[in-house]
Design a protein around this ligand. Structure first.
Ligand SMILES: C[S@@+](CC[C@H](N)C(=O)[O-])C[C@H]1O[C@@H](n2cnc3c(N)ncnc32)[C@H](O)[C@@H]1O
Length: 315
């Protein structure tokens, strides 16, 4: 299948692989828990007239754009503004007990990165905002209010930034003089703390990723979402997750491992007392990665990892 980009140049990542895993041609109710610009969702809906889609996104701009794109599918589509970790409540609100496939394409959309006023990209001068939902504390609020230790923790834990301490110290020193509330302002500050090296990624990359994760609390609800999505799968249906950094992928991998483990008794028990039977199976032992060809056409796909799990029994 040829991968089509939309007006914004957005290309859905690993699209043929996602469709192969979810098999929407069977029909049924599918959830796109991170609708974005609706690229994957549109392909799911195009796969068969019997496909219904519940599309969730916390970004009102994304929801509006996806709504226009998917308008031609009429009542087959239900769009919900919300967080994927509220999946159970969202499905209950729609009167949906079981679903026939779930997709989560985690992280930030190309629209969010490309719009300077959203403040996600250090390549585009704009306000240091980064709020997906456009509500709550912005990245510049965090940079203004958090103490040195917390900023260091954010850069270290969410960006795996080796110079986290130095960057946090410099922020605390510089913000006494003037607010650090623009993307270019923060980028210059990071460059002052960590020299750029030719051929290496821009040191601002890790700091911006870390701040984005902290601003949107991206990791806190992920396990809950995965557990609830698995719970709602009908027999033979799959949850597929695309993640873009090791922190997300680790959570997906561990959650899938927990659901596919047969016995949950502590290793110290001489015999199994939980008598759990296996009701979920891993579909992807190793994550699926984009081909070199896909990465060259769509560089944003380069860090993608796709994992899937299937319901094989009830219980
Ligand atoms: C990578 S984009 C999805 C792109 C989409 N698959 C497409 O083809 O257009 C990720 C989207 O997930 C949304 N998102 C991130 N975290 C979310 C959460 N916890 N709940 C709901 N939406 C979330 C973002 O706002 C963004 O629009």
């Amino acid at each position: 299948m040829e991968e089509k980009s939309d007006a914004s140049g957005h290309v859905p990542v690993l699209l043929p692989e996602v469709l192969e895993l979810l098999q929407p041609g069977r029909g049924g109710i599918f959830v796109d828990a991170t609708l974005g610009l609706g690229g994957h969702a549109e392909a799911l809906l195009d796969s068969g007239a019997e496909v219904r889609l519940v599309g969730i996104d916390r970004d009102p701009d994304a929801l509006a754009l996806a709504g226009e794109r998917l308008a031609r599918f009429g009542s087959r589509v239900s769009l919900v503004a919300g967080r994927h970790e509220d999946l159970a409540e969202i499905l209950d609100g729609l009167g949906v007990a079981r679903v026939d496939g779930v997709l989560a394409d985690l992280g930030v959309s190309s629209m969010q990165l490309d719009r300077a006023e959203r403040g996600f990209s250090f390549m585009r001068p704009g306000p240091l905002d980064m709020r997906m939902s456009r509500a709550g504390r912005s990245a510049s609020d965090l940079v203004r209010d958090e103490d040195r230790d917390e900023l260091e923790r954010i850069f270290w834990e969410y960006g795996e930034e080796p110079m986290a301490g130095k960057i946090a110290r410099l922020i605390v020193e510089k913000r006494k003089g003037a607010p650090i509330d623009t993307t270019d302002g923060l980028r210059s500050l990071v460059h002052a703390a960590v020299p750029r090296r030719p051929g290496k990624i821009d040191p601002a990359t890790r700091v911006f990723q870390a701040l984005r994760i902290a601003t949107n609390q991206e990791l806190t609800g992920l396990t809950r979402f995965l557990d609830d999505a698995i719970e709602r799968l009908s027999l033979g249906s799959r949850l597929t997750v695309l993640s873009y950094h090791s922190l997300e992928d680790r959570i997906v991998k561990r959650t899938f491992a927990r659901h596919t483990a047969v016995c949950t008794c502590p290793p110290s028990f001489p015999a199994c007392v939980c008598a759990r039977k296996r009701v979920m199976a891993l579909v992807t032992r190793q994550p699926i990665r984009p081909s070199d060809e896909e990465v060259s056409k769509n560089p944003r796909s380069r860090s993608a990892r796709l994992r899937a799990i299937e319901r094989t029994g009830e219980g």
